[in-house]
Design a protein around this ligand. Structure first.
Ligand SMILES: C[S@@+](CC[C@H](N)C(=O)[O-])C[C@H]1O[C@@H](n2cnc3c(N)ncnc32)[C@H](O)[C@@H]1O
Length: 254
């Protein structure tokens, strides 16, 4: 299969055509989730959203930031995954992948014999991920829009790692439990659940994490059948650059 055929297959899986990822309207987005409902929100929240989009655009155009991102996607991010023990042939799920700042270096780390399943409910974010992968010549990414699509994207493979980076705060307690349970069953016995908890107490608290601490997040994940293996602070990609962030690495207990 040629690279363009593989990419076309990936786009079809997303329910998109090439036009949709190259400037046309993206496929219907994840409208049911609160974080996508900014269009129907009060003027203040719409203004906040537009300001954020503008900030993203400026950062995207800034030559220094572009260079930093390229370095992250091609080198530093790959080193990040290698340090986690993720390598050739592994399977990784990046749930809530956003623009692919982790999916893309993960795809490089696992190589052609590995697989990254990049999942995002937001079609625009997912198409950014796939464009970024395509620009880097990567064809070992499969896109998905929701949890229920993960198993078919995995096609019988078990995961070496599942990434829940800067996304759990969007989900209520019940939704988070569903995620933990589903991924516990999809992880191989030595698999890792990697969590980058953001927007908890003391870290611009927001959404469903506004009253939770990192320790609370650890407790709820451990109660769902995991054991905290490692908790470290280091350079993580966030927004438009690297910053010191917390990484929680769990292993399965059951
Ligand atoms: C702040 S971004 C983080 C992106 C990426 N993980 C990173 O750290 O750079 C959170 C992403 O999670 C996605 N997301 C949130 N809840 C989701 C859900 N229930 N299902 C799928 N995607 C979700 C959002 O659409 C958004 O793109």
């Amino acid at each position: 299969m040629t690279e363009s055929e593989a990419m076309k297959g990936n786009l079809e899986r997303m329910g998109m055509t090439a036009t949709e990822t190259t400037g046309g309207q993206p496929a219907a987005a994840f409208q049911t989730e609160d974080f996508e409902n900014w269009r129907n929100g009060p003027p203040a929240s719409r203004w906040k959203h537009l300001r954020r989009e503008l900030w993203h655009l400026l950062a995207w155009l800034h030559p220094v930031k572009r260079r930093q991102r390229t370095l992250w996607l091609t080198q530093d991010g790959v080193a990040f995954f290698r340090k986690l023990g993720i390598g050739a042939g592994d399977t990784v799920v990046d749930f809530g992948c956003g623009a692919g700042n982790y999916s893309v270096p993960a795809a490089r780390a696992v190589g052609a014999s590995g697989l990254v399943v990049a999942v995002d409910g937001n079609a625009r974010a997912l198409s950014r991920t796939m464009r970024s992968a395509g620009a880097g010549g990567l064809v070992n990414l499969r896109p998905g829009r929701r949890l229920s699509e993960v198993a078919s994207c995995l096609d019988g493979r078990m995961c070496k790692a599942v990434l829940l980076f800067d996304m759990l705060h969007f989900m209520d307690a019940e939704g988070r439990q569903r995620i933990y349970r589903a991924f516990r069953d999809l992880l191989q016995p030595d698999g890792l659940l990697c969590v980058h908890p953001k927007h908890v107490r003391g870290d611009k608290p927001s959404w469903h994490f506004s009253r939770l601490s990192v320790d609370d997040v650890v407790s709820e994940i451990e109660a769902a059948g995991f054991r905290l293996k490692e908790r470290k602070t280091g350079d993580m990609w966030h927004g438009h650059g690297t910053t010191q962030g917390v990484l929680l690495v769990f292993e399965r207990t059951i």
